[in-house]
Design a protein around this ligand. Structure first.
Ligand code: SER
Length: 585
């Protein structure tokens, strides 16, 4: 079974059981400044897990492109990837554990054909927040999984979410596949993790974690099932690793032809990173120094370094990206149109880094030798910063080089050197090296609603030519870019501010509806990025004041916003202005 067939069989199976197939969300979340990338299929569904009605119903399934950088050091083993696909099925307050586990079992054993005797299960052991999940275990037992292959584990292992600091979460039940079925029968995924591969996670999302750390029951009990596509494909195709499946073989073959000393680990790293980079860049990101661009740069530069290590000469990323587009373009057609621009940008980044890589490596070798000579186990942060600043070495690349030499990098002093150097852009970069999930909190939701009010107010004060060109929200402030040719006068700024505050004072209801894109346009809804919308879109109305196509989330009444205050208005490019504003109190 190839990857296309696997996705198809999965969706067909769940359609048979009443699940609507929904499209996948972009890799770069829209309207959610708290995360850099979509990391799981449930991520775009958070509002619906919290109780909002999903237009497609209560039973959903899809495949979702995901990116996680926390596993980057593991890439190259049998199963780990940065970019991967997650097959997902959901019950939004519909079926519960009994049906979820039954469906999961039939899918794994009959549709995918995994040998039931090689499945091991883990369940939540229970603690002060939620009881032991004997219910899930009993269902697995009833399906024929013997007690010796069911293990209970604490929250650190068998609890999923929330994706940020707060939100939907719950106990989970993970399914593992035994890679050495003739091994000792008393080994489990807990005692012998390297023997087992996690192939699936059933999350029983019946809780919400609040900002004070408490777990409270959700109004509806949801099921969130995530299934790693590449791992299951590996097992179905009898491959030694995800890199020997049809998703990767053409890429691996091309890399081995280019390499003078083909070496499996390096080839796998290159294959993973170029694939991830293509997907990130297909959404408009270009390698750079902060946020998503920084991740793109790390992936590309790490791939270049591994390429040099195995003796690849000249530029090689663009041709490999072409293979990614061929392999993945059927399932993800959005990567095809921008492919030419991606190849050009990869060439560009490669050209830039090629010049400095060798010199930087030499510089690193000198510094490492010095540390060793002084019997130091830590490379100074200043050195790491110099490599970053002068030779374009992402911190993580220097850390990796250091690790290979038995050295650590003084990250704290790297960061202070970095912060001192770039005080003006600190907020974008220094704080976000980890690229992980931050809080998706009430304040960002408020600022998001305020952004809609701001756009509507600007159009009333300046004219209907004003439309959004960019928007970014942190928990402190909103930033809104729009087209307008002149600086705003202080009267205009005051008028905009007052207009927004008047709408807040009116405590207007915020409501939304689902409609066809053309109907939404005819009704005057504002919207961006049309090519990203599906046929039906969600439209948010704020009283009679604003109508916008948007995924949400928003507050329910404008009275929740507090006082709107514009901090700054400035030009960012010809014909484009930027406003930064906050909500006080
Ligand atoms: N959210 C869960 C996971 O990412 C299951 O979909 O594993």
């Amino acid at each position: 079974m190839d990857a296309n067939k696997l996705r198809e069989r999965f969706l067909d199976f769940f359609r048979q059981y009443g699940h609507a197939t929904i499209g996948y969300a972009p890799l770069i979340p829209e309207n959610d400044p708290s995360v850099l990338f979509t990391t799981a299929g449930m991520h775009p569904l958070v509002p619906f897990l919290l109780g909002e009605a999903h237009p497609a119903g209560r039973r959903l399934a899809n495949y979702q492109k995901c990116l996680r950088t926390n596993d980057i050091a593991e890439v190259g083993d049998m199963t780990h990837l940065t970019f991967f696909e997650m097959l997902g099925n959901w019950s939004l307050g519909d079926y519960w554990k009994e049906e979820a586990i039954h469906l999961n079992y039939i899918l794994l054993t009959e549709i995918f054909g995994h040998d039931p005797d090689r499945l091991h299960i883990t369940c939540f052991a229970g603690d002060k927040d939620a009881p032991r999940d004997s219910e899930a275990a009993a269902i697995w037992l009833s399906l024929g999984i013997p007690p010796g292959r069911i293990t209970f584990q604490p929250k650190t292992e068998n609890w999923w979410g929330p994706a940020g600091m707060t939100g939907p979460c719950g106990p989970d039940s993970e399914v593992f596949f035994d890679m050495q079925p003739t091994g000792p029968s008393d080994e489990t995924p807990v005692t012998q993790p390297q023997r087992f591969v996690e192939i699936c996670n059933n999350v029983f999302m019946a809780y919400e974690k609040l900002s004070d750390g408490r777990f409270v029951p959700l109004a509806q009990r949801n099921v969130d099932v995530g299934i790693g596509l590449e791992r299951n494909l590996m097992l179905l195709q009898g491959s030694d690793s995800v890199f020997e499946t049809d998703l990767f073989l053409p890429l691996m073959t091309a890399i081995s032809r280019l390499a003078r000393q083909p070496q499996p680990l390096a080839m796998r790293v290159i294959a993973d990173h170029i694939r991830a980079a293509v997907f990130v860049m297909a959404e408009g990101v270009r390698p750079g120094n902060t946020d998503q661009p920084y991740i793109a740069r790390r992936l590309v530069r790490r791939a270049i370094r591994y390429g040099r290590m195995i003796g690849i000469e000249g530029s090689f990323l663009a041709p490999l990206a072409g293979i990614v587009v061929t392999c993945m373009g059927t399932a993800f057609p959005e990567i095809v149109p921008p492919s030419g621009a991606i190849y050009a940008a990869l060439d560009d980044e490669e050209g830039r880094f090629q010049h400095t890589l060798v010199r930087g490596e030499r510089e690193f070798a000198r510094a490492a030798a010095q540390s060793h000579a002084q019997q130091e186990l830590v490379l100074p942060g200043q050195t790491a910063f110099h490599l970053y600043d002068t030779y374009g070495f992402p911190l993580e690349l220097t850390q990796e080089l250091a690790r290979e030499q038995g050295l650590a990098v003084d990250v704290a002093s790297f960061q202070s050197a970095f912060a001192a150097h770039q005080a003006q852009s600190r907020q974008g970069a220094a704080g976000r090296f980890k690229g992980g999930l931050a809080e998706r909190n009430l304040q960002t939701t408020r600022l998001h609603t305020a952004t809609h009010l701001l756009q509507a107010a600007l159009r009333r004060v300046l004219g209907p030519h004003v439309t959004q060109r960019g928007s970014s929200i942190t928990s402190e402030r909103l930033r809104f870019d729009f087209n307008h040719s002149e600086r705003l006068s202080s009267q205009q700024l005051t008028a905009v501010e007052e207009l927004v505050n008047t709408q807040i004072g009116r405590d207007l209801p915020v409501s939304w509806g689902e409609m066809r894109l053309d109907a939404a346009r005819q009704g005057g809804a504002l919207g961006l990025f049309e090519e990203r919308y599906g046929e039906t879109v969600k439209v948010y109305a704020i009283g009679d004041f604003s109508l916008e196509i948007c995924g949400g989330p928003h507050v329910s009444h404008t009275g929740e916003l507090g006082h709107f205050h514009i901090l700054k208005e400035e030009g960012v490019a010809a014909g484009m202005r930027r406003i930064k504003a906050i909500l006080a109190g």
